[in-house]
Write a protein that binds this ligand. Structure first.
Ligand code: UDP
Ligand code: MG
Length: 328
């Protein structure tokens, strides 16, 4: 159709790039990647941009680029579905035998892609990347919060996540086919990539500075991703509830004893006031926290049972044949 092997399986490498308000970066990233891949003789390849409901000219940029370059394809989601779903949309549409996912803001160095492919050729089905600490380039908050998150996640889920693990990775077709089968809500690809097993290795990289635009990960989005990672991987928070309940009931037992003896033997105690308040407030505090946690998991079940589509595509450009979504 466009000079590139059109059928699934004949493309060597697909590079999937989610883009949310990245108008300034689309051409830049494509240009650099093209140079690097050409220098290493990596072909045929395709680049799939997924516009995750951007509010700027990202889609126009993608369309323009796709008109000039046959290897560039674009998917436009009908609204902002979030980074993880944008990744998934691109992964489902990718035809390559190896698929690399990377950010649009040039923080993930394109120079690493040939090295990832080399590892893949050695036989690794998953090539992960680990962000090296660069104090000056990442904000203190970002570093600390991400480190804390990885620790907590590993502890709660029992899936070992290394700190600094990024959504910059290469997946062999076999690993990718497994990943896109997961139908769960609150997709957390970093965790699932560990979970599926398969021979994996990781390469370190130093993140560059975001070239254009601002980071799209607000504190709110980070907390949401973190929590959905934890709650989709473990029911540990529910078990912690039992622990808190036990400890809490010790406290209230103490309070009950105190008020009982105070009532009959104590002097100068306004009868019952402090202890009642203490026991009541403690129990209510615990109850409400745990109603919240239970609600969260029940909410997850409701969402899961509904089985809505996880993203909606409104437009696609430059896809040959029945792609991007032949299974739909
Ligand atoms: N992104 C997206 N949808 C969103 C938020 C971000 O597709 O709702 C994309 C964004 O365009 C970028 C990547 O996900 O390519 C990572 O986002 P960002 O650079 O804002 O995250 P950070 O590097 O700060 O973790
Ligand atoms: Mg970034």
């Amino acid at each position: 159709m466009n000079g590139i092997a059109a059928e699934r399986g004949e493309v060597l490498l697909s590079v999937v790039v989610p883009a949310y308000n990245e108008a300034g970066n689309v051409r830049l990233l494509h240009g650099r990647l093209r140079e690097v891949l050409a220098a290493h003789g990596i072909a045929p390849w395709e680049m799939i941009f997924v516009d995750d409901g951007s509010r700027d000219a990202t889609w126009e940029e993608i369309r323009g680029l796709a008109a000039e370059h046959p290897e560039v394809r674009g998917i436009r989601l009908s609204r902002n579905f979030g980074h993880q779903y944008a990744l998934l949309a691109g992964m489902e549409a990718a035809a390559g035998r190896a698929v690399v996912t990377m950010d649009c803001d040039l923080q993930h160095p394109v120079e690493l892609v040939p090295q990832m492919l080399a590892k893949w050729r050695e036989g690794f089905l998953v090539v992960k990347t680990l962000r090296e600490e660069t104090p000056s380039e990442l904000s203190w908050f970002k570093r600390t919060s991400s480190r804390a998150f990885y620790r907590l996640f590993s502890f709660l889920s029992g899936v070992d996540l290394q700190p600094g693990l990024a959504d910059f990775r290469l997946l062999d077709r076999r690993a990718l086919n497994e990943l896109v089968r997961f139908r769960e809500e609150g997709l957390f690809l970093r965790g699932l990539t560990e979970w599926i097993g398969f021979p994996a290795c990781s390469l370190p990289y130093r993140p560059g500075k975001r070239v254009h635009g601002v980071s799209q990960y607000s504190l709110k989005k980070m907390i949401r991703l973190g929590w959905s990672g934890v709650s989709s991987f473990s029911i540990m928070p529910l078990r912690i509830g039992i622990l808190i309940g036990l400890v809490g009931s010790l406290f209230s037992a103490g309070g009950i004893l105190y008020s009982f003896f105070g009532r009959f033997f104590g002097k100068g105690i306004v009868p019952g006031w402090a202890s009642t308040l203490m026991v009541l407030s403690l129990l209510f505090f615990l109850l409400f926290i745990y109603l919240g946690v239970l609600g969260e998991y029940i909410g997850r079940m409701v969402v899961e049972v509904r089985r809505r589509p996880r993203f909606i595509v409104s437009e696609a450009v430059n896809f040959p044949g029945s792609r991007p979504f032949p299974h739909d």
